[in-house]
Design a protein around this ligand. Structure first.
Ligand code: NAI
Ligand code: MG
Length: 514
């Protein structure tokens, strides 16, 4: 081909591309456009038809669904539409007592006597059924809690199954888990979980407890009990012996009744620091074991030598993942002063492309805030933060007219004593400050009553190690954030609670070790 011909061809190609672009632009006016992007996504909603949701759910006690003693049910709302999704039984002391008795009978009669490899087999079976029904569980989780389908599909459900697989493997190897020690189960465990990762938190709690040979009464969060009730169906399908796992739904008083029950040997709680402290007080005069996984105000530290674009992505994932409803969310960003201005520019640009909206849409990055009260808490704190001053930035997102949605935002240049930099907000709200030296970064990161997690972004291994050694946090990520694995222990310091979940450490709270 001559040079001229080749040039002509490229020209023709170019004009074709421009033509194409023009057509896309034309059609895009009827599509949902994302500000700051020169391309658009068509809606790609996941089907609701894959899950059958009943009008109401009863407790799951001794292998059967049983109506609540009080006859009362509570509404469960889809936070993306504000519509009633279903109703759940409200448990009282009598329901809790019935469940604890069923767990005790199963423990004494069946579960503690069963060969350990048999126990493991049941856990494998549960894991496999969860995998088989994963699409259904993902849709249910998204409808119930407002989280984007891509998260429930790619994070919550696979990780829940992975926890059952992982602990299934330990069930008949407990003597190798703690060499030279003798271990035995502790009995009946009461487990109380929150609304941010409903099925995953159930799996975190149930899998190690059952592998260790205990029986359980689980109390899901009142806002998000749906996948726990679907899990009850899975337990029936797996033919888990009656009473090994019992699920009593309800609000705070139901949880309190479980904590107060005299025949419960251990309480495991994940939730707010206030309720964690209350539970600690209530079991202090008993022989009950207790583990608490509470809140956080975790720092993401970015050094000037970090891979900046990667760090921006990590910071976005750290705070805006799951609407910021993550106990270990990277809710405080500490930037080395020399890069702060440029970093925030890049962060703003990235925030503009976050897609907020229908959680069932496979393109959605940020779904609905889990429930109305949490939305109100976030709104109130952000309004108070604005009054406190500093620089406030919020991405301009077109929010759906119904549902509890909140655009991602950050506060910079506020004082270290501001509400936004100190309180756990549990929403898509980031607090930004700067530092000049690694020591200052460590001091600022540790300046919180919590100690759950932290992130460090740097290309220098020595700097990462030095910083990590100075941080008082249970989990520290380097050049990544929010990475979870069943083999890895998770838990906090100070007001973030005590005890570990995950890995070998996660078995310990469910065993007597001699
Ligand atoms: P919460 O601590 O009240 O609820 C967590 C669980 O505890 C639920 O199942 C609830 O029914 C139960 N509960 C409530 N009162 C109880 C009591 N007296 N005894 C026993 N169980 C009880 O948390 P809430 O009100 O839903 O959220 C408030 C704040 O807590 C959030 O804004 C967030 O900051 C934080 N939080 C932290 C979580 C974490 O993963 N660490 C999870 C959920 C909330
Ligand atoms: Mg509460």
């Amino acid at each position: 081909m001559t040079k001229k011909k080749a040039q002509k061809k490229t020209k023709a190609k170019k004009s074709k591309v421009t033509k194409k672009k023009k057509t896309t632009k034309k059609t895009s006016s009827v599509k949902k456009t994302v500000k700051g992007l020169d391309f658009v996504y068509d809606p790609a909603p996941e089907s609701k038809a894959v899950v059958h949701i009943q009008n109401k759910y009863d407790h799951f006690i001794a292998g059967k669904f049983v109506a609540p003693n009080s006859g009362k049910y509570m509404k469960s709302i889809n936070p993306a539409t504000e519509e009633v999704l279903t109703k759940h039984a409200v448990g009282d002391e009598k329901d809790v007592d019935r469940a604890v008795k069923a767990a005790r009978v199963a423990y004494e009669g069946v579960w503690s006597k069963m060969p350990a490899e048999e126990r493991g087999r049941y856990l494998y079976r549960i894991a496999r059924i969860l995998q088989e029904r994963s699409r259904e569980f993902a849709v249910a989780e998204t409808l119930d809690g407002g989280k984007p389908i891509k998260e429930s599909r790619d994070v919550d459900i696979p990780l829940a199954a992975a926890h059952f697989f992982y602990y299934a493997g330990w069930a008949d190897k407990l003597e190798y888990a703690f060499p030279g020690k003798s271990v035995r189960s502790i009995g009946v465990c009461g487990q109380i979980i929150p609304w941010n990762f409903p099925l995953l938190m159930a799996a975190w709690k149930l899998a190690p407890a059952l592998a260790a040979g205990n029986c359980v009464v689980l109390k899901p969060a009142e806002q998000t009990s749906l996948t726990a009730m679907l899990l009850a169906e899975v337990l029936q399908e797996a033919e888990l012996p009656d009473g090994v796992v019992n699920i009593v739904t309800g609000e705070g008083p139901t949880g309190a009744a479980l904590v107060a029950h005299p025949d419960v040997n251990k309480i495991a709680f994940t939730g707010s620091t206030d309720i964690g402290k209350l539970i600690a007080k209530n079991v202090a005069h008993t022989t009950k074991k207790l583990t608490l996984e509470l809140g956080g105000k975790s720092a993401n530290i970015v050094y000037e030598d970090a891979a900046i674009d990667q760090a921006v992505e990590g910071v976005v994932n750290g705070i805006y993942f799951n609407q910021g409803h993550v106990c270990c969310a990277g809710s405080r960003l500490l930037l080395e002063e020399s890069i702060a201005k440029d970093f925030l520019k890049k962060l703003q640009k990235r925030m503009k492309t976050i897609r907020v909206g229908d959680p069932l849409d496979k393109n959605t990055d940020l779904g609905a805030i889990n429930h109305k009260e949490q939305w109100e808490k976030i709104k109130t704190l952000v309004d108070q933060g604005k009054e406190e001053g500093g620089d406030f930035y919020q991405a301009e997102c077109k929010l759906p007219s119904k549902g509890y949605f909140f655009s991602p935002c950050y506060f910079a240049k506020q004082s270290g004593s501001s509400l936004i930099s100190r309180l756990e907000i549990f929403g898509p709200v980031l607090s930004v400050s700067t530092f000049r030296t690694p020591d200052e970064a460590i001091t600022k990161a540790n300046d919180t009553p919590y100690g759950l997690a932290a992130g460090i972004w740097s290309e220098k291994g020595s700097k990462i190690h030095k910083t990590a050694n100075g941080l008082k946090a249970g989990v520290i990520w380097a050049n990544t954030y929010n990475k979870f694995d069943p083999t890895s222990p998770f838990g906090g310091f100070f007001e973030s609670g005590y005890g570990r979940e995950g890995g070998l450490h996660g078995l310990l709270p469910y065993l007597e070790v001699k």
